[in-house]
Structures are given as C-alpha cells and as structure tokens.
Design a protein. Structure first.
Length: 335
C-alpha cells in the first residue's frame, strides 16, 4: 500500500502556524481599541463605528514593503519591516486627513518560522500602537511552491475614517500656498530595487541598520495639527516621489517651486547617487530625499504649523511655494 501523504510532508505545517497565532496574542491585544468586538482568529474582524461622526466616510489603503524585505533577509533582522508595513498604509490615508481605525496584514512565507514571524508582527504591533490603529486580523500563508524556505513577503490593509466635509484632496490649494516638508527617517520603503543595484550584499550587511531604519509614522502629530490649522493638501512622498506623489495633489492652475537647498538631504541619498551614477531628476522621482510628508498651507498658517510640528518632535522646513501656472498645467520646478 502506498505511503499516505500529509499536508506537512507537502511543506505546510498547520500545527506550527496555529502555534504562531497563539504566540502573537499579546501583541495583538496591545493594539486593541474599544471599538474592536472580537479577538483575532475568527473568520473576520468586527469593528464598531463611533457615533461621533455626523457624515462618516471610510478611507482605505493597501500597500507592502517592497524589496526592502530583501535587506531584512540579508541582515536576518525582521523586527522593523512590520513598522514599515503599517507606516506605508496609515501615512497614505493620513494624506486625506483620515484617522486610521484598523489594520490587517498578509504574510506569505516559504516555511513557517515562528521566531521570524513573531518578530515581523512585533513591528506591525509597534506601528499600530504608534498610529492608534487596531490590528484586527491577518493571514499567514505557508507557500513552499512559491517561496524558498527563508523567503517571505508582506502586504497590509488599513481602514480609516473622516468626516465627509473634511476630506483633504488638494482641490483647495491656491497658487499662493506654502509647502512645508516634514523630515523622513531615511529611505523609508521606496527605491530599494535601486539600492540592491547600487550596493553589494557585503555592503548591505555593513549598512543594514541604516537601510532598515523604519518609515516614520506621521499620524498622531498631523491629526492633532488638523484640529488647529487648515491644511489644503498633504502628500505622502513614496514611489514616484516629488514628480508623482507630490504633484498629484496640485490643481492644474499651480506651478510648484521647490527650493532644493532648503533642507539637508541625508548622506545615504548622496552615496546612492554617487555610487550608482544616478542623475538628480531620477533621484527625486525615486526617493523621498529626506522629506517624508509635505503639507500645503496658507501663508498665514506657516508659523503655527512649524511650531506644532516642532512641539511634536518632527523636524520640518518650508521647502517651496505654489505659484500660478502659465499653461494651466500643474508642473514641478526646482530652484
């Protein structure tokens, strides 16, 4: 009689995956909000909407960490990429003025490694606590046919809420508005395909701490700012950077003048540009160049905005000005 095949022999260990879910119970609880109605592990997560909103709109986002994960694999350090995962999502919905409510993760992996998975979720929990977002559920898929045993990928899903009449789209930006750039913590989670081209694996092992610095989460300081100051536009500087992500919020009648010398560009970007022989424009459309979030405000609100950000320990600078576009087409101009 032929030997009976088990799922574990096929490379999927359900028991180990179940044990991992038990391992992360306390991490999930550390992110819980009062609106969460059930514990993780069910077929779905339940979240009760507050009645403090008169005309609530749900805002959602999904994103990953990209090839920054390869840096974590090379360094065998997995406790920060979860922060990146949360940050990429919550900062995106923040750009519309929304408050993050809950977060779900999807981890696909070649072979369940409980320590590695717990480290990843530790980072996710840190990001959720920092943004006030509840980790309400997730999925871990062991897929040996797709990934090598030490490989994995991450995806995140965030839902937030905002009053309908307070949604920030950029439509209210005027040609006289001022751009305030908030410092990034480094590369954040974009441009790592170029990083892998520029640095050898040996160099990555030397620079891994710098390369794995997690994406800064701007949620709480900016949400508190929105209660004090009218912000006309917010851009999260990720893939596409200044040429794509910044310009997408500006109306057609605006030209954007960015003063390149108005902030200090972190050394890592200069090293990448030099080692890779990357031209300036390519750097500014691939990387955040030291600016993780841009706020667009009226001139009268500049001082108040800068003071609030400083009080919340965020480094910020006036980096540019909106002006009237002669051709009725939004365009970017570095000065």
């Amino acid at each position: 009689m032929p030997k009976r095949l088990t799922y574990a022999q096929a490379g999927v260990n359900i028991t180990e995956a179940n044990n991992f879910v038990k391992d992360i119970g306390s991490l999930v609880k550390s992110t819980k909000r009062s609106e969460v109605l059930n514990n993780i592990g069910g077929f779905g997560g339940c979240f009760a909407l507050s009645n403090k909103y008169k005309n609530p709109v749900l805002v959602s986002s999904t994103d990953g960490v990209g090839t920054k994960i390869k840096i974590a694999m090379i360094a065998n350090k997995h406790d920060t990429v979860g922060i990146d995962l949360v940050a990429m999502n919550v900062n995106d919905i923040l750009a519309m003025g929304a408050e993050p409510l809950f977060f779900l993760d999807y981890i696909s992996i070649g072979k369940v490694n409980r320590k590695k998975l717990v480290d990843i979720v530790k980072g996710i929990a840190v990001g959720c606590r920092e943004s006030g977002c509840a980790l309400i559920g997730g999925e871990t898929a062991e897929m040996p046919a797709i990934y090598k045993k030490d490989e994995y990928d991450l995806a995140g899903f965030c839902v937030g809420i905002i009053e309908k009449n307070k949604i920030i789209t950029g439509a209210q930006i005027k040609p006289t508005n001022v751009l305030i750039g908030i410092a990034s913590s480094g590369l954040h989670s974009n441009g790592f395909s170029m990083v892998h081209k520029v640095f050898s694996e040996k160099e990555i092992k030397i620079r891994y701490k710098q390369l794995l610095t997690p994406t800064k989460i701007y949620v709480k300081p900016v949400l508190s700012l929105l209660k004090k100051v009218k912000v006309n536009g917010i851009a999260h500087i990720t893939g596409g950077a200044f040429y794509e992500k910044l310009m997408k919020i500006f109306p057609k009648n605006c030209r954007v003048d960015i003063a390149k010398g108005s902030w200090n560009i972190p050394e890592i970007f200069k090293i990448i540009a030099e080692k890779g022989n990357v031209e300036d424009k390519e750097m500014f459309r691939t990387f955040n160049m030291g600016i993780g979030l841009v706020l667009v405000v009226d001139k009268k609100n500049v001082s108040k905005t800068l003071a609030h950000l400083k009080a919340n320990k965020l480094e910020s600078k006036v980096i540019g000005q909106a002006a009237k576009s002669e051709k009725n087409k939004a365009r970017l101009n570095f000065i």
